[in-house]
Design a protein around this ligand. Structure first.
Ligand code: FE2
Length: 128
């Protein structure tokens, strides 16, 4: 399976937020890479643990940044973050086979995470 690629059009022009998004992509790529290489399930689970923990920190930072800016749509945006966390946890807990899990994870990253960056996080950039 191919890895996710960061693109300059995902940038919201805020160093900490952009770095957070890059880190999310790189954590998901680690899972994809381990799966592609047929790594042991315990290594994949360690990579998944990091991928589950990091968004909580990243979303908190992003929400603080929105507060600083006085961003109008913060409540809607926070609800989107909570939904993303829920979906990520679902993908990880509901798929028992590594292959299904990694496919679900990639789909989530492309359809939800990258879509969220493009459609929601870029609104923060416009509010600056
Ligand atoms: Fe966001």
């Amino acid at each position: 399976m191919s890895e996710l690629v960061w693109k300059s059009e995902y940038s919201i022009g805020h160093f900490q937020t952009d770095n957070g998004h890059k880190k999310l992509i790189s954590l998901a790529n680690k899972v994809i890479r381990f799966s592609n290489a047929g790594e042991d399930i315990s290594r994949i689970h360690t990579a998944l643990k990091a991928l589950r923990e990091y968004p909580i920190i990243h979303f908190r930072n992003e929400e603080n940044y929105m507060k600083q800016l006085g961003f109008q749509e913060i409540e809607h945006h926070k609800a989107c973050h909570a939904e993303l966390i829920g979906r990520l946890n679902e993908v990880i807990t509901e798929n028992t086979k590594v292959n299904d899990l990694v496919h679900g994870l990639k789909r989530l990253m492309v359809v939800w995470v990258i879509d969220h960056i493009i459609h929601e996080d870029l609104k923060i950039a416009k509010a600056k």
